[in-house]
Design a protein around this ligand. Structure first.
Ligand code: DGL
Length: 271
């Protein structure tokens, strides 16, 4: 196997626009790194897909990112992190980092009353991935998980505030508040774009956990350990691919994060 070169890009993928919340954190913590991003918008939302479909999507995208030279992959999707990560790690030698465990570690650090809420997609909630990861570390902590199928389509359409978003967020988050949680894991990478509305509904006593920061700290450690961390002088433009409508991704991406490279999003179907 060839030694990893710092100049190689970091591969990041999601079902759509949500992984930009993790890419944003890579840019913040590791500004010298170049990102190659794949948003599988032809198949979004992932939350209603079967485990078999999700493994196949994640596998195909991982192979693509590695073929494009990725030195590490960030699975910036909780849904595929929940159901496909062990499979991908076994299949590929490139380091692959998911978003579930970093979020869980942060939440366990934050909770004071041992009642943690999780909002996520249907497939993620059905997998019990957060609950299993929490109980592996802290058996006494109580976990209250809620599937939120309305939220991803809203974010994909660029709707992150207003009455429709507020009503959907309240429907999902209110019961968790009534259950007495003091910490809420944003268990889908689309949800940090809704954080102001979620915080408003949850109230100031609830700590929101966006797994992005802890995920990127793990990426940094993995790259440093493997000799793959870039020096500042290498930096070059990020590249973005989607399987669906490139113009929609550019429009919503520009609205949500505003990076100039998003104007060059390319459509590339992998199947
Ligand atoms: N952003 C994704 C996640 O973190 C997937 C959402 C979806 O496509 O349903 O779970």
């Amino acid at each position: 196997m060839r030694a990893v070169q710092p100049v190689q890009p970091v591969g990041v993928f999601d079902s759509g626009i949500g992984g930009l919340t993790v890419a944003r954190e890579i840019i913040r913590q590791l500004p010298a790194e170049t990102i190659i991003y794949y948003g599988d918008t032809a198949h979004v939302p992932y939350g209603s897909r079967t485990v078999e479909e999700l493994r196949e999507f994640a596998d195909t995208i991982t192979a693509f990112l590695i073929a494009r030279g990725a030195k590490a992959i960030v699975d910036a999707c909780n849904t595929t992190s929940a159901v496909a990560l062990p499979y991908l790690k076994k299949k590929y030698s490139v380091p692959i980092i998911g978003v579930i465990e970093p979020g869980v570690t942060e939440a366990l650090r934050a909770t004071r009353n041992g009642r943690i809420g999780v909002i996520a997609t249907e497939a993620t909630v059905a997998s019990n991935a957060h609950e299993k990861a929490i109980h592996a570390l802290a058996g006494e902590v109580r976990v209250f998980a809620r599937a939120c199928p309305k939220l991803v389509p809203l974010v994909e359409a660029g709707l992150v505030s207003g009455p429709e978003v507020e009503a959907a967020v309240a429907e999902y988050v209110q019961p968790l508040i009534e259950a007495g949680i003091d910490t809420l894991i944003l268990g889908c990478t689309h949800y940090p774009f809704l954080a102001p509305v979620i915080q408003e509904v949850a109230g100031p006593g609830v700590t929101l956990i966006d797994p992005a920061a802890a995920t990127v700290r793990e990426l940094k450690q993995v790259l440093a350990a493997g000799g793959g961390l870039r020096g500042a002088h290498y930096s070059k433009a990020h590249s973005f691919f989607v399987s669906g409508d490139a113009r929609l991704f550019t429009r919503v991406g520009m609205q949500l994060v505003g990076w100039p490279e998003l104007k060059g999003v390319r459509q590339l179907k992998l199947d």
